[in-house]
Design a protein around this ligand. Structure first.
Ligand code: GTP
Length: 598
C-alpha cells in the first residue's frame, strides 16, 4: 500500500468514556469482525482487563477502508492504555501515529487523564480529531463539552463529530475524518531501517511478539536485526499485521505498522521505546525518547502457605516474561518467612499483579504495605536506595533521607476546590497553581510526596469529590525530608513486615490511627493481643485486643480442686507459649491497615 493511503491513529479517552466500544464499532464498520466476535469487546484481550474495564495492553489493528472518494485505505488503529501508571507506554504508542481521536463523554466532559494524554499527543505533533461520544444519553451536553474542549485544550471544535459508539451513530463520519484530516506517514523506504517498538508481550507459542512502527527503511522476513538499546540481535521469523487476526506479510515498509516474531524469549530484550535497525547496515541513530521504565512502588509478597514459595517465584518469573516493569527479589521476614520484594509502576499495576497471582496461579498471598523508594545518604557518604522500612539504617548512621515528589494535576468541579485543597495540604502538598478552566471546572496543581499518594490519596480524593475528581501525575524530583522508621509491636515483639517509613510530623497521629485500625482487623483470640507503635525505643501508641475468655474449668463439675488448678495452669502455659512464639493470627487486612489510615 502506498504511503498516501495509510493512516496511523490512536484513540485518546478517559477511562469509561467509550474507547473500547468505539474501537469495536470501527472494526465492525470496516468488516474486520465476524458476527460472533461482535458480541465481545475484541480489543481488550485479557479477561482481567475486561472485568476491571481497563485496557492495559496496547495493540495495533489494521483496518481496510474504502472511503467515499473511492480509494482504499489502510487505517492502523493503535490502542493505548488509559491509566497514569502506564504513561510512558502511551507516549510510545502515540509516537507511532500521525493522528488521534480525542473521545470525550458528552455527558461528563474533559478529565485530567484525558488532558495528560492530549498533551502527549500535541507534543508528538499529532492531528487531533475531537469526537463527542455517548450523545444518545439524555444527560449529554455536547455544546458545553465542546466549549470545554476549546477552552481547556485549545482545539478547534467546529467539526467535532457527535457520536454514540453504543448506538453506532457517527462511525462513518469518524472514518472519513481520519482519512481527510490525519496526515499520511512519511519516511523513506530505502533509508537505513529505524523501527519503533511500541508494544511487546510474551506468547507461549511464538515467544515475544513485538509491535513496530517502521519509521524509515524496510524490514523483511529473514532480515537480521538489532535492538539498539538492549543490543540484542535476532532474525525475523515472521512479520505481519493484525487485522485483527494475524496476517503474515513478506515485508513492512516505512509508514507501516505491524508485528514481528523472532524467537525472543523475554520481553526485556524488546522493550517499549527501543529502536530496531538492521544488524549489517544499521541506522546512525536510534529514534529519540527511549526510557527505561522503573518501578516506583514496592511491596512484599509472601505466600500464606510457605510451601508455595517456589510456585510464587515461578509465577513472578512468568509474569515478568510479559511485563518487564515488574521487578522482584527474594526477601526474608521474621514474621512472614520467605517471600519477595516486588516493584511496580504504581498502585494499580500492583493490584493487577496481585490479582493475577491469586487468580491465574492460585497462590494465596499476604501483601505488605506499599512503599516508595527513598534515597538515603549515610554519614560515611554512601548512597542507598531504600525500598523497604527494614532496609532503613539506624538513625545514627543516616546523614540525609530524601523522598520522591510528584507533580499532581487534579481536575474538579469548583464546588470541591476547598475540600481538595484541604486534602492536599494534609498530605504535605506544596501548591503550584489553581486555574479556573471554565466557570465550573478547576485544575489544581500540587507538588506532593509520592509516599502520600501511594497510601490512600486517590481513594480519598474520589470519595470527597463524590467521584468527580480526576488525577494525573508526573515525577518531579527527590527532596530531603525528616523521615523515621515506625515499628509495630505485637505483644511486645517488633513485626518486621509491619514496619513503615513515616514523616516525623505525622508519626504520632499515624501511629495512633494505625494501631486503632489494626485493632479492628485483628480478631479476638485466646489471649490478649497488644498492638503498639514505636519510634526507636519509644512507644507512641497502644491498643489491646481483649482475649476470648474460655472458661476451661466449666466442664469440671464437682470439687476436685487440684484438677481445676491443673487445667488453669495448662491454659496459662498455653497463653504464654502463644505469646512467646508470637503466633498471633494476623489477617491480611492488618498488614495493609496503613492504607486505611487517613
Ligand atoms: P477503558 O477500557 O476502561 O479505558 O474504558 P473505555 O473508554 O474503553 O470504555 P468502554 O468502551 O468500555 O465503555 C464504558 C461504558 O460506556 C460501557 O458500559 C459502554 O457500554 C458505555 N458506552 C460506550 N459508548 C457509549 C455510548 O455511545 N453511549 C452510551 N450510552 N454508553 C456508551
Amino acid at each position: 500500500m502506498k504511503q498516501q493511503n495509510i493512516r496511523n491513529f490512536s484513540i485518546i479517552a478517559h477511562i469509561d468514556h467509550g474507547k473500547s466500544t468505539l474501537a469495536d464499532r470501527l472494526l465492525e464498520e470496516t468488516g474486520a469482525l465476524t458476527d460472533r466476535e461482535k458480541t465481545d469487546q475484541f480489543l481488550d484481550k485479557m479477561e482481567l482487563e475486561r472485568e476491571r474495564g481497563i485496557t492495559i495492553k496496547a495493540q495495533a489493528v489494521c483496518l481496510n477502508y474504502r472511503a467515499d472518494n473511492g480509494q482504499n485505505y489502510i487505517l492502523n488503529l493503535i490502542d493505548t492504555p488509559g491509566h497514569v501508571d502506564f504513561t510512558y507506554e502511551v507516549s510510545r504508542s502515540l509516537m507511532a501515529c500521525e493522528g488521534a481521536l480525542l473521545v470525550v463523554d458528552a455527558s461528563q466532559g474533559v478529565e485530567a487523564q484525558t488532558l495528560a494524554n492530549v498533551y502527549l499527543a500535541i507534543d508528538a505533533d499529532l492531528e487531533i480529531v475531537p469526537v463527542l461520544n455517548k450523545v444518545d444519553l439524555p444527560g449529554a451536553e455536547p455544546e458545553r463539552v465542546k466549549e470545554e474542549i476549546e477552552e481547556i485544550i485549545g482545539l478547534d471544535t467546529s467539526d467535532t463529530i457527535a457520536a454514540s459508539a453504543k448506538e453506532g451513530i457517527g462511525i462513518h463520519e469518524i472514518l472519513e475524518s481520519i482519512v481527510r484530516k490525519v496526515p499520511a506517514p512519511k519516511g523513506d523506504p530505502q533509508a537505513p531501517l529505524q523501527a519503533l517498538v511500541f508494544d511487546s508481550w510474551y506468547d507461549s507459542y511464538q515467544g515475544v511478539i513485538v509491535l513496530v512502527r517502521i519509521v524509515a527503511g524496510t524490514l523483511k522476513k529473514g532480515d537480521k536485526f538489532l535492538f539498539m538499546a538492549s543490543r540484542r540481535s535476532y532474525e525475523v521469523l515472521k512479520l505481519g499485521v493484525f487485522a485483527p487476526h494475524p496476517l503474515e506479510r513478506a515485508e513492512l515498509q516505512a509508514g507501516e505498522v505491524g508485528f514481528l516474531i523472532a524467537g525472543i524469549k523475554v520481553v526485556k530484550d524488546a522493550k517499549v521505546g527501543d529502536t530496531i535497525t538492521h544488524l549489517h547496515q544499521p541506522a546512525q541513530q536510534a529514534l529519540p525518547g527511549f526510557k527505561e521504565v522503573k518501578p516506583m512502588v514496592f511491596s512484599g509478597l509472601y505466600p500464606i502457605d510457605s510451601s508455595e514459595y517456589d510456585l510464587l517465584r515461578d509465577a513472578l518469573e512468568k509474569l515478568q516474561l510479559n511485563d518487564s516493569s515488574i521487578s522482584f527479589e527474594p526477601e526474608n521476614s521474621v514474621a512472614l518467612g520467605f517471600g519477595f520484594r516486588c516493584g511496580f509502576l504504581g498502585l494499580l499495576h500492583m493490584e493487577i499483579v496481585q490479582e493475577r497471582l491469586e487468580r491465574e496461579f492460585g497462590i494465596d498471598l499476604i501483601t505488605t504495605a506499599p512503599t516508595v523508594v527513598y534515597r538515603v545518604t549515610t554519614i560515611k557518604g554512601e548512597e542507598l536506595r531504600v525500598d523497604s522500612a527494614n532496609k532503613l539504617p539506624d538513625i545514627q548512621y543516616i546523614d540525609c533521607i530524601e523522598e520522591p515528589f510528584i507533580l499532581a494535576s487534579i481536575h474538579v468541579p469548583n464546588e470541591f476546590v476547598g475540600t481538595v485543597l484541604a486534602l492536599c495540604e494534609e498530605k504535605r502538598g506544596v501548591q503550584r497553581e489553581i486555574r479556573y478552566l471554565t466557570a465550573s471546572r478547576v485544575m489544581i496543581v500540587y507538588e506532593l510526596p509520592l509516599n502520600e499518594i501511594v497510601l490512600d490519596f486517590y481513594d480519598r480524593l474520589k470519595s470527597i469529590t463524590r467521584g468527580y475528581a480526576s488525577l494525573d501525575y508526573e515525577h518531579l524530583d527527590y527532596r530531603p525530608s525528616p523521615l523515621l522508621r515506625m515499628n509495630v509491636l505485637i505483644n511486645g515483639d517488633s513485626v518486621d513486615a509491619l514496619s513503615l517509613i513515616v514523616h516525623r510530623d505525622k508519626a504520632q497521629a499515624r501511629g495512633r490511627e494505625l494501631v486503632a485500625k489494626m485493632k479492628e482487623f485483628i480478631p479476638r483470640q485466646q489471649y490478649v493481643v497488644a498492638i503498639q507503635a514505636a519510634i526507636g525505643g519509644k512507644i507512641i501508641a497502644r491498643e489491646t485486643v481483649k482475649a476470648l475468655r474460655k472458661d476451661v474449668t466449666a466442664k469440671c463439675y464437682g470439687g476436685d480442686i487440684s484438677r481445676k488448678r491443673k487445667l488453669l495452669e495448662k491454659q496459662k502455659e498455653g497463653k504464654k507459649r502463644m505469646k512467646q512464639i508470637g503466633s498471633v493470627e494476623l489477617p491480611q487486612e492488618a498488614f495493609l491497615a496503613i492504607l486505611k489510615v487517613k
